[in-house]
Design a binder for this molecule. Structure first.
Ligand code: SF4
Ligand code: SF4
Length: 441
């Protein structure tokens, strides 16, 4: 039975909808005590998870029970912030009427990054995930709300073809929208009434961890949680576009080693050996094979150091990301000292309230939200064969083939970890190039 359920999750292409897209059948194969539902909606402005918990709680809970049964978990805890009061009330009511008695609701405080897996596990279970570790090592898995929704659909044989995402910023009708995976960003923006400014950039994801898109002819994927339209000079956008040489110059000349970035780093506060202020000197010395340099591998790239902590407006996050890239390309891994991790006693008072972050990022005027805008259709989708962690899917269709929504177009390569990709609209395969399949209706 368990194997059949995991196979259905695999067949339908479910991936972690809230992060880098780990294929969910891999996670569902673990054995744990507790499943945590990550409904923190951690990034400012993103609202699709609270919406799903309000509107589709029965389906989300069905998905949760399936993951609990697969993993042998005796407890399922739905974690969300009190500020999402409607969603919280809906979740509490659903938990109260659940006949199994295995579910709980957990009200998170409104700080960033409450939804970081390691932070979430610590908040809810009081356990610290080891450095470079995963929640499984402390007996839990963390599932995203939309992933659970997709798992419930998978049991009815429905593959992942659509994505709920937030469209906000300088846009006529900010909304949560349901869109076919592969829809062009330009089409999603048009569905939301279009940008209200002539010159703009679009952030794919949240303001803290999202990336600025090179143009709006990109497709949304299974992991696109939001699109934020902002002026090019906005704090959120400007900080994300910096070439490596400029970063190196700024880092070398401006960092005053005040160590505020380390004091507020959520991973350091958990007791992990991550000291961003020391890493700022590594970029300067260019000695990358050292214990300090390896600390970059512990960085979650949450952006607190860059967007909130640093008084000099330099970016330890970007420095870490660049060092990490080099270390990973040279296959240099983290070597744990084996020391017991001690949580910083000031951790709670150093947590960054989301309201202050919004103020700092100058996002206050975008906070008002218009709610659910409906399901959109698309006449053209571009489906990347890699929307997940692992090997890209192998294309199983040819140009000119006719497909209907839900048809398989990308298969997991033999023996590899990956996720299937399915047609998200009815149409004809127009092109297959650069690892992307284009379907025109
Ligand atoms: S907070 Fe900024 S200036 Fe201070 S040590 Fe960190 S990077 Fe340097
Ligand atoms: S981005 Fe900065 S604050 Fe966040 S984990 Fe990395 S070093 Fe710490």
């Amino acid at each position: 039975m368990r194997e059949q359920v995991i196979e259905k999750i695999r067949e339908t292409g479910v991936v972690g909808a809230g992060g880098a897209g780990l294929p969910t059948h891999v996670k569902a194969s673990a054995t744990v005590d507790t499943v945590l539902v990550n409904g923190a909606s951690c990034e400012p402005l993103l609202m699709s998870d609270p919406y799903l918990m309000e509107a589709e709680i029965d389906t989300v809970i069905r998905g949760l029970h399936i993951v609990m049964d697969c993993t042998g978990a005796s407890k399922g805890i739905i974690c969300l912030k009190g500020k999402h009061s409607k969603a919280l009330a809906t979740v509490k009511a659903a938990v109260a009427k659940d006949a199994t008695g295995r579910l709980e609701a957990f009200e998170l405080k409104d700080f960033y990054p409450a939804g970081d897996e390691q932070v979430l596990v610590h908040e809810v279970l009081g356990k610290t995930v080891p450095e470079r570790g995963i929640p499984l090592q402390v007996g839990s898995v963390v599932s995203n709300v939309e992933s659970l929704f997709n798992i419930a659909q998978a049991m009815e044989g429905t593959p992942v073809t659509h994505r709920y995402l937030t469209v906000t910023g300088d846009i006529k009708n900010p909304m949560v929208v349901k869109a076919p995976v592969g829809t062009l960003v330009s089409d999603v923006l048009a569905f939301a009434g279009g940008p209200t400014i002539a010159d703009y950039k679009v952030v794919d994801g949240g303001p803290m961890m999202g990336r600025v898109l090179p143009d709006i002819n990109q497709p949304i994927t299974k992991t696109t949680s939001g699109l934020i339209v902002l002026p090019p000079e906005h704090t959120v956008v400007a900080g994300k576009i910096m070439n490596p040489e400029r970063l190196r110059r700024i880092t070398n000349t401006v960092c005053c080693q005040c160590s505020r970035c380390t004091d507020l780093c959520p991973r350091n506060l958990l007791g992990h050996s991550l000291h961003p202020h020391k890493l700022m000197r590594v970029l300067d010395s260019q000695v990358l094979d050292s214990n300090i340099a390896r600390e970059a591998l512990l960085c979650s790239e949450c952006g607190i150091c860059e967007k909130f902590a640093c008084p000099m407006q330099v970016s330890p996050r970007e420095v870490n990301a660049q060092i990490k890239k080099v270390l990973m390309s040279e296959k240099i891994s983290w070597e744990s000292s084996g020391k017991e991790l001690t949580t910083n006693p000031f951790r709670k008072i150093r947590a960054v309230p989301t309201s202050r972050l919004i103020q700092r990022l100058n996002l206050g005027k975008y906070e008002a939200h218009a709610g659910y805008g409906g399901e959109m259709t698309a006449t053209k989708v571009i489906l990347p064969l890699s929307q997940h962690i692992g090997a890209p899917a192998t294309c199983v269709v040819s140009v000119g083939d006719t497909v209907v929504t839900g048809d398989l177009i990308g298969e997991i390569p033999e023996g590899a970890m990956g996720a299937r990709v399915h047609a998200s609209i009815d149409g004809v395969i127009e092109s297959i190039a650069d690892g992307k399949v284009t379907i025109k209706s």
